[in-house]
Design a protein around this ligand. Structure first.
Ligand SMILES: Nc1ncnc2c1ncn2[C@@H]1O[C@H](COP(=O)(O)OP(=O)(O)O)[C@@H](O)[C@H]1O
Ligand SMILES: N[C@@H](CCOP(=O)(O)O)C(=O)O
Length: 307
C-alpha cells in the first residue's frame, strides 16, 4: 500500500474535572487526511483545504509529529501529507490534535504498523506542543485509541483506555470565536487550593468509576471542574447560560471542551442529546455570535481508514 485516506476525529479533552488527563473521541466531526509514500526522502505537506495553515512541515502540527516519527523510523522513502480540515483551528475540539495524530497514524499504517497507539501518541504530542506550547496527550489519545482515555503520565507516556457506557452521547456547541490553547493555558494559575484539589480528584475518580459501571447518576454528579473552568469560562460568551439550558433540558452535565470555546454536554441517549442541542441553540440564537452544534455518539474506534 502506497497511499491511504483517513478520517481523523475531533475530541473533547479535559471532560470537566480531568484537565490534561481525560478525553473522549467524537464520531460526527473530524478532518480527512491523505498520506502517501514518495521516493523523495522527507515530510512534505502538499495540500491543505478548509483553513489557512502553514505548509512548512516544521510549522504545521501534522508535519512536526510526522517528523518526530520519521526521525525515529528512518525509512528510505518520504511521505506526502494532504490535510482536508473540517475542524476550525482554535475550536476546542482538537483541531490541532486531529492533524498531529492523523499524520502519524497514516504513516504507521504505510510502514506496516511498527508502532503501537501509545508510541503514536508520543510522536503526536510533539506536534500538539507546537500549537499549545505544552506536551499533553488528553486530546491526542482519544483520537488514536477511540472512546475515553486517561493519560496517567506523559513521561513516561502511559495511557489507559476507559470503557464507555453504550447509551452515552455528546452534544457540542461551537461558538465561532477562536481561543488558542496556548492562550487559554497562559491564564491558568500555577497553584491550586487544597480544597479545590480534593474536590477535583474525588470527581475524576468517581467519573472513571461511573464510566466503568454504566452509572449515569454518578457520571452526572462527577462532571464538575473546580480548578480550570472558573478561569477559562470568562473567555466564552454565554457559558453559564448554556450550562443551565443543557441541564434543564436533561444533560448529565456540561463543561468547556478542551481549551474552548466549544462547550460539551454528556447525555444519556440520543433523544436527550437532541433535546439538549435544541435548548443550547436557543441560547446562542439570541446573540450576534455564529455557532454550530453537533450530536455525536462516543466514537469507540478513533481514527478510521477510508480507503
Ligand atoms: N494542522 C493544523 N491544524 C490545526 N491547527 C494547526 C495546524 N498546524 C498548526 N496549527 C496551529 O495551531 C493552532 C490551533 O491549535 P489549538 O489552539 O490547540 O486549537 P484546537 O483547540 O482547536 O486544537 C493555530 O494557531 C494553528 O495555526
Ligand atoms: N488539556 C488541554 C487540551 C486542549 O485541547 P484542545 O482541543 O483545545 O486542543 C488544555 O485544556 O489546554
Amino acid at each position: 500500500m502506497n497511499e491511504l485516506r483517513i478520517f481523523s476525529p475531533a475530541t473533547v479533552a479535559n471532560v470537566s474535572c480531568g484537565f490534561d488527563v481525560l478525553g473522549f473521541c467524537l464520531d460526527s466531526i473530524g478532518d480527512e487526511m491523505v498520506i502517501r509514500k514518495t521516493d523523495k526522502k522527507g515530510i512534505f505537506i502538499t495540500k491543505i483545504e478548509g483553513y489557512d495553515l502553514p505548509f512548512e512541515a516544521e510549522k504545521n502540527v501534522a508535519g512536526v509529529s510526522a517528523l518526530a516519527m520519521y526521525e525515529d523510523a528512518k525509512p528510505d522513502f518520504g511521505f506526502e501529507i494532504e490535510i482536508y480540515k473540517n475542524i476550525k483551528p482554535g475550536s476546542g475540539v482538537g483541531s490541532s490534535s486531529a492533524s498531529a495524530a492523523g499524520s502519524v497514524f497514516g504513516m504507521n499504517v504505510l510502514l506496516g504498523r511498527p508502532y503501537n497507539n501509545t508510541e503514536l501518541s508520543y510522536f503526536a504530542m510533539k506536534g500538539e506542543a507546537l500549537a499549545s506550547q505544552s506536551e499533553h496527550a488528553d486530546n491526542i489519545a482519544p483520537a488514536l485509541f477511540g472512546g475515553f482515555t486517561l493519560v496517567k503520565s506523559v513521561s513516561p507516556l502511559e495511557i489507559l483506555e476507559i470503557p464507555t457506557p453504550n447509551n452515552l452521547y455528546a452534544t457540542i456547541i461551537h461558538p465561532q470565536i477562536e481561543i488558542k490553547t496556548s492562550e487559554a493555558r497562559a491564564i491558568l494559575p500555577k497553584e491550586v487550593a487544597l480544597k479545590d484539589a480534593i474536590l477535583q480528584w474525588a470527581n475524576v475518580g468517581s467519573l472513571i468509576h461511573g464510566l466503568h459501571t454504566n452509572n449515569y447518576g454518578l457520571i452526572e454528579r462527577s462532571l464538575h471542574d473546580a480548578i480550570v473552568e472558573p478561569h477559562r469560562s470568562k473567555l466564552i460568551p454565554l457559558y453559564n447560560d448554556v450550562k443551565v439550558a443543557a441541564k434543564t433540558a436533561g444533560a448529565l452535565g456540561s463543561g468547556i471542551s478542551g481549551s474552548g470555546p466549544s462547550i460539551f454536554s454528556l447525555c444519556e441517549g440520543i433523544e436527550n442529546a437532541k433535546k439538549v442541542e435544541q435548548a443550547i441553540r436557543k441560547v446562542y440564537a439570541n446573540s450576534a455570535i455564529e455557532f454550530d452544534t453537533y450530536v455525536s455518539k462516543i466514537n469507540a474506534e478513533g481514527m478510521k481508514i477510508l480507503n
